[in-house]
Design a protein. Sequence first.
Length: 363
Amino acid sequence: MGRNNVIQFNKFDYQKNLSQQRELFRECFPENNGTTVETIEHYYWKFHSFPGKKKSYEYIAESESSILGYYAALPYEYLIGNDKVRVGMVCDVMTGIKARGKGIFTQLGKFATDELKKEELVFTTGYPIRPEVIPGHLKVGWEIIFDLPLFIGVIKIDSILKSKKLGYLTPIIRVIFSRLKKIMGYLSEIDSKFYIDVFTNKQIDKIDKLEEFIARWSHGKKIVLNKTSDFLKWRLNAPGKEYDIIVLSENEKIVGVAIARFVIKEKIPSFALLDIMILEDNKLYSKNMFRAIYKIAEKKNAECLLIMSSNPTAKKLNFFRNGLLKSPYKFKLIIKRLNSQYTDDLILNQDNWNLMWIDSDDL
C-alpha cells in the first residue's frame, strides 16, 4: 500500500469481492487453513443464512480496489427484561498484515459501528481472546465488561501431561487422579429419577417441548440470548460441524439442556460445551447433567471438558463440585453501546448476563 493511496470505507459487496475476503481471512486466521471455516460454504452459512430479515452487516477498508480490512456483525436477538432487541455480534474482524500499524483497524471499527448505529442495534458485542486487538476497540468506544474464563474438567490426564512433556509421570498421576475422581463423584452415574436423551444438531425438531423449556429457563433472566428453534438450527448448522444436544428430564419434563461438540484443542481431545441451560440453576439438576456429559465425553474418547463462562454462572452451576476448574485462559466480553436505552447498573453487572460460547460465533 503506497503512502499516498486513499483509503475508503464501504459496505462489503460479497458478489464482487468474496474471493479477496477469503484470501484476507486465510492470511489473518491461519489456524483455520485446511478446515471448513475457511471455505466459501462456511462464509455463506455464516453471513447469508441467518434466520431473520437482515442476514448480516459487513464493512471493508479498501484502497485501489484491494481489501485492507474487514469488519462484520450478526444480528443476534436478546431478551432484556421485557424487551426483544437486536444486538450486533461482531466477528471476523481483520486487517491485512501489510496494512497493520497504520490506524486502519481503528478507523474501520469507527466506520462500522457508526453504520451499525443506523441499523437501530442497541449495542455490539465481542469476545476477544487476543489482547493485542483490544486497544483498537477501546479507542472507538468499546468497553470491557468482564472476563469469561475457560473452565476445564479433566477426564484423563494422558494427553495433557504429554503436551507438557510430562508423560513419564502418567502412571503415578493416573492413580492419584482416579482416586480424586471417586472422591469428587462427578463421574458417577446419574440419579435414577432422571433420564438422558441425546440428539444430533439435525434433530432439533424431534426434541419435544424444547422451546417451552427454553422459555421457562429464560424467564426472569435480565439479559439472555433468544434461543429460538430457528436460531438453534442456524447456529448448529455450520458446514462440517456436528453437535450433541443432551437433554436431562425428570418426570417427563425437561430440566436441563446442554449442547456440545468434540474438538481437538492444543492436541488434546476435548468435549467443548457450546451451551448449558439448567432450570432455575438447580444444583441437583446441574450435578446430574454434568455426570451425563462426562459419560458421553468418555465414550467419545475426550480427555477433558471445556466451557467458556462467567464466574457467577460457574458458581450457580457448581462448576467446582462438578469437576471444572478455572484455567489461565480467558475471553473478555466487550460491548459498544449504540444508544442510551439501558443503564450501567444493568449492562455492567455480570450477574445480569447468561453468556457461553453460543453467544459468540466460536466453536
